[in-house]
Design a binder for this molecule. Structure first.
Ligand SMILES: NC(=O)C1=CN([C@@H]2O[C@H](COP(=O)(O)OP(=O)(O)OC[C@H]3O[C@@H](n4cnc5c(N)ncnc54)[C@H](O)[C@@H]3O)[C@@H](O)[C@H]2O)[C@@H](O)CC1
Ligand SMILES: Nc1ncnc2c1ncn2[C@@H]1O[C@H](COP(=O)(O)OP(=O)(O)O)[C@@H](O)[C@H]1O
Ligand SMILES: [K+]
Length: 483
C-alpha cells in the first residue's frame, strides 16, 4: 500500500522527529537525496548547468544545499532568488562551493532546473515573481526536478489555482504528500521519488492510500476446489433500455470478465436481444414491467447504466435499494437517486460510481469545483449520503467513512470514451457479488479497469469493449506481480 499525508500531518511528524536531532539534520538528509536524484538524471554532473529556483522558505533551503552538493561535484550551479530573502546558511554554502546568483535568463541555458520555490508551506496561488518563473521553467528545454512538491500544487489536496511547475520528477521528503497522487497535482508531479529522512515512525494514520498490484492480488477472491457458480457470487444487472442497449452489453461483459460465478441480466426486449447475442453466458430475464421478482437469487446488484430516468428506472431503483444486498448505483441510476436521495437510506452496502457531473447533481455542487478538489468532494459525499463513493475521472478516488480515501494509481486518459464506465460498473459489481466490501470492490475494480485500459490502449485509442477484453490480462498481470 502506498500511503500519503497532508502538509499538516508532515509538519507535525517533522516537529517530533526534529526535537531529537541536531538542527539542520533533516534538511541535509533532504538535500543529499535531492542531489543524488539530480545526479542520476544528469548522468554526468561535472560541467553540467544546474539552475535553482529558490523561494524564501525551507523548500528553497533544500534546493540551495542540494545545489551545493552538485557544485562540489563540478556542476555549474546558478540560483535564481525569487523571494525577498533566501535561506541564509544554504545560500552561503552554495556560494562557498562555487555556485552563484543569477537572473531569470539562466533558465534558457540550464541542463536541469531544480524547483525550490515553495513546498508544503505554499498558500493560495503562486504570487509574482514565482508564478512567472514557474511558467518560464515549464517553457525551458531542461527537465525540471521539483523539490518536495511542484510549486503551485497544494501539497494536501492536489489543487492548482494558477501557474504551477510541471516536473519530470518530484523528489519528496519523508513521506508522499496527498497532492502528488491526486489530479491536477499528480499530473504536475511526474515520477515521484521518496527520500527517507527518518520520518516513518513519527507519521500518523495516512490521509490517503493507493493500492499496489500486490494489494489487489491479495484482496481478489479466487475460486477454490469447492467453488461452484453460486458460491462464487451471482450478480444481477439492471441496465440498458430500448434506447440504450450498449450499456447493458458492456456492464454484463465487465462483470463476466471479473470473476462473477454467474451474471443475471434483466431488462426490456431490445437490450435483452443484444446481451443474449453478445454474452450467451448471461442468464436472462425479459422484463415486461419494472420488477425484480422473477430475476432469481443474486448476491449483489448493479443498477443504472443506460436504464433511463423515468418511472421504470425509479421503480427498479426502489426495489433493489429496498433489498438487504449490496448495490452499485451508476449513471441513470444516479440521476434517479439524485431526485430522491431517501432511496440511499439503507443498512446494506451501497457503492455509487459517479463522474464529476453526476456527483455535482447528487450533492448540489458545481462540476468544476468537484474536478478541482476531487478528494474533498468524494469524502463529503460519502459522509453526507452514507454510502461508498467511487468518483471517476482523471484520478479515480474511493471514499468511505472513516477510512483513508483510496486513490487509484492506474488508468489512462484513453479511457475517456463512451461506455468505459459501464464496464467499470460490471467489474465492481462482480467483486461485490464475490463478497468484497464496497471500499475494496470499488478500489480493486478501479485498479483493474485502469490497468485493462492501459493494456487495451497501448498508446492508441480504445473502445469500451476493448477494456472488457483486456480485463483477463489485467488480472494476470496483477497475479504475476507485474502491475
Ligand atoms: N520542516 C522540516 O523539517 C523540513 C522541511 N523541508 C523542506 O521545507 C519545506 C517547507 O518549508 P517552509 O515551511 O519554509 O515552507 P516553503 O518553503 O514551502 O514555503 C514558505 C515560503 O513560501 C512563501 N509562499 C507561500 N505561499 C506563496 C505563494 N502562493 N506565492 C509565493 N510565495 C509563497 C512564504 O512567504 C514563505 O516564505 C518542505 O516543503 C521541504 O522542502 C525539508 O528540508 C525536510 C525537513
Ligand atoms: N481524463 C481521464 N483520465 C483517465 N481516466 C478517465 C479520464 N476521463 C474518464 N476516465 C475514466 O473513464 C471512465 C468513464 O466513465 P463514465 O464517465 O461513466 O463514461 P460512460 O458513462 O460513457 O461509460 C471512468 O472509468 C473514468 O475514470
Ligand atoms: K517546490
Amino acid at each position: 500500500m502506498r500511503t500519503a499525508y497532508t502538509a499538516d500531518q508532515i509538519r507535525a511528524a517533522e516537529h517530533v522527529l526534529m526535537a531529537g536531532l541536531p538542527p539542520g539534520t533533516l534538511m541535509q538528509r533532504a538535500a543529499a537525496g535531492l542531489a543524488a536524484a539530480c545526479a542520476g538524471l544528469l548522468g554526468r554532473v561535472y560541467g553540467s548547468r544546474v539552475v535553482l529556483l529558490v523561494g524564501s522558505g525551507d523548500n528553497g533551503g533544500d534546493a540551495l544545499y542540494a545545489g551545493e552538493r552538485l557544485a562540489r561535484r563540478g556542476a555549474r550551479v546558478e540560483a535564481i532568488l525569487a523571494g525577498s530573502r533566501a535561506h541564509e546558511a544554504g545560500l552561503a554554502a552554495l556560494l562557498r562551493a562555487g555556485g552563484r546568483v543569477a537572473g531569470p535568463g539562466a533558465l534558457t541555458r540550464a541542463d536541469l532546473i531544480m524547483d525550490g520555490l515553495v513546498g508544503i508551506g505554499v498558500s493560495g496561488a503562486l504570487r509574482e515573481p514565482y508564478a512567472g518563473l514557474a511558467e518560464e521553467a515549464n517553457a525551458a528545454r531542461a527537465p525540471v526536478v521539483a523539490v518536495d512538491v511542484p510549486s503551485g500544487v497544494d501539497a494536501s489536496t492536489g489543487r492548482v489555482q494558477g501557474a504551477a511547475v510541471r516536473a519530470l520528477v518530484t523528489v519528496t521528503m519523508g513521506a508522499v504528500k496527498t497532492g502528488l497522487l491526486v489530479d491536477p497535482g499528480a499530473g504536475h508531479a511526474g515520477r515521484v521519488e521518496l527520500v527517507d529522512i527518518g520520518l516513518g515512525p513519527c507519521l500518523p494514520d495516512p490521509d490517503v492510500a493507493a493500492l499496489t498490484g500486490g494489494d489487489v492480488d491479495d484482496l481478489l477472491p479466487r475460486p477454490g476446489k469447492e467453488s461452484d457458480k453460486y458460491r462464487r457470487g451471482v450478480l444481477g444487472v439492471l441496465a440498458g433500455s430500448d434506447l440504450y442497449t450498449g450499456a447493458a452489453v458492456l456492464a454484463v461483459g465487465g462483470a463476466l470478465r471479473a470473476g462473477a460465478g454467474m451474471v443475471r441480466y434483466a431488462g426490456p426486449a431490445e437490450p435483452v436481444a443484444q446481451v443474449r447475442a453478445a454474452w450467451p453466458e448471461a442468464v436472462i430475464t425479459l422484463l415486461d414491467r419494472p420488477s425484480i421478482k422473477d430475476v432469481g437469487r443474486v448476491q449483489a446488484w448493479v443498477l443504472g447504466p443506460g436504464l433511463g430516468t423515468g418511472d421504470w428506472a425509479h421503480e427498479l431503483a426502489a426495489q433493489v435499494l429496498g433489498t438487504g444486498l449490496p448495490v452499485l448505483v451508476d449513471a441513470d441510476g444516479l440521476t434517479v437517486v439524485a431526485r430522491d436521495r431517501s432511496l440511499l437510506r439503507r443498512a446494506a452496502p451501497t457503492l455509487i460510481t459517479p463522474h464529476a457531473g453526476e456527483l455535482a447533481r447528487l450533492i448540489r455542487a458545481e462540476r468544476a469545483d468537484i474536478e478541482a478538489a476531487r478528494l474533498q468532494h468524494a469524502r463529503a459525499a460519502a459522509a453526507e449520503l452514507g454510502v461508498t463513493v467511487l468518483l471517476k475521472g482523471s484520478t479515480t478516488v474511493v471514499a468511505e467513512e472513516p477510512r483513508p480515501v483510496r486513490v487509484n494509481p492506474t488508468g489512462t486518459s484513453w479511457l475517456a470514451t463512451g461506455g468505459t464506465g459501464d464496464v467499470l460498473s460490471g467489474v465492481a459489481g462482480a467483486l461485490l457479488a464475490q463478497g468484497l466490501g464496497a471500499y475494496d470492490a470499488g478500489s480493486c475494480a478501479a485498479y483493474l479497469h485502469g490497468l485493462a485500459g492501459r493494456l487495451a490502449a497501448d498508446g492508441a485509442p480504445l473502445a469500451a469493449a476493448d477494456v472488457a477484453t483486456a480485463l483477463p490480462a489485467a488480472f494476470r498481470a496483477v497475479a504475476a506481480g507485474g502491475a
